[in-house]
Design a protein around this ligand. Structure first.
Ligand SMILES: [Zn+2]
Length: 285
């Protein structure tokens, strides 16, 4: 396959879970080759509620409670860059159960969301917000948004260029595209190699670095204005479970189940291994 950023033929790099990961020699972008036509079996309800075989969330809603600090941080940065300061609008792509949207709404944003999961969209609607089932590709509206937020989405889509172009169409003049995605160029990713936690085919189909992601955006109608690696807050039981999955030591498995029923589940710690890109790009008119 050819690199979506620079057109170079991508070379075989490694195999994980029987999927071949290829890499561009020129810009180092990585991608999954031979993506299954139907990915929906990989996004069943269990993806959001802790089915470990699906490489998804531990438990979406409870994880989000401790992510609140991360999200408030993101909204603070977005507010600095958005042109419409009075009542800005946002479309969240991959809104899951609407946790981020709800925080945005509380801060004066007009919010709308889309997600491929019917389960997630239903949960968002129950919280009193507008949401619909679908992807950016299938989404139809006459509205123009001040910001499109896609957190941990671009690595999941089959055609990122198409999504970036569609985002430009849906944005108002000077609108913002706000992305987070794992940073395959980070030191942390390079140290772990193929065992890096974000190498999860076929849920993650593209593995970007700051440089090649910025390049893709700038070739498709955007100017990158902000890029950082923000830390994330994690509940203690989640951290212990990660230790278990990295080390395979039984002690961590026991500690994880004990801690998830103890006071420790209420405690979260900031961790920043600098392997998540948080980027804001402005539409060039
Ligand atoms: Zn390339």
């Amino acid at each position: 396959m050819l690199c979506i950023n620079c057109g170079t033929k991508m070379d075989a790099y490694f195999v994980k879970k029987s999927f071949s990961i290829v890499r561009c020699f020129t810009c180092k972008l990585m991608a999954v080759e031979n993506v299954p036509a139907d990915l929906s079996p990989y996004y069943r309800e269990g993806y959001f509620t802790g089915d470990v075989t699906l490489d998804g969330y531990m438990d979406y809603d409870s994880d989000k409670e401790v992510s609140k600090k991360t999200y408030v941080d993101f909204l603070g940065v977005m507010k600095k860059f958005v042109k419409n300061q009075h009542s800005p609008s946002m479309l969240e792509v991959g809104c899951a159960t609407g946790f981020f949207m709800n925080l945005g709404k509380q801060q004066g944003w007009q919010v709308e969301g889309i997600d491929i999961s019917e389960y997630a969209v239903q949960k968002t609607k129950e919280k009193g917000m507008v949401a619909s089932v679908g992807t950016l590709e299938t989404y139809v509206t006459d509205k123009k948004f001040d910001a499109i937020v896609a957190q941990d989405v671009i690595e999941h889509v089959k055609d990122p260029i198409n999504d970036i172009k569609k985002s430009a169409d849906l944005l108002a003049d000077n609108g913002l595209l706000v992305l987070t995605t794992p940073d395959a160029g980070s030191l942390w990713a390079r140290v772990w190699g193929k065992r890096w936690h974000a190498f999860v085919p076929p849920q993650h189909l593209f593995y970007f670095s700051v440089k090649n992601l910025s390049s893709v955006l700038e070739k498709n109608g955007f100017k990158v204005e902000y890029c950082a690696h923000h830390g994330k807050w994690f509940a203690v039981p989640y951290i212990i479970r990660l230790l278990y999955s990295w080390t395979g030591l039984g002690i961590f498995s026991k500690l994880a189940s004990w801690s998830s029923n103890s006071f420790l589940k209420k405690i979260s710690l900031p961790i920043n291994v600098r392997d998540t890109i948080f980027l804001i790009a402005r539409k060039i008119n």
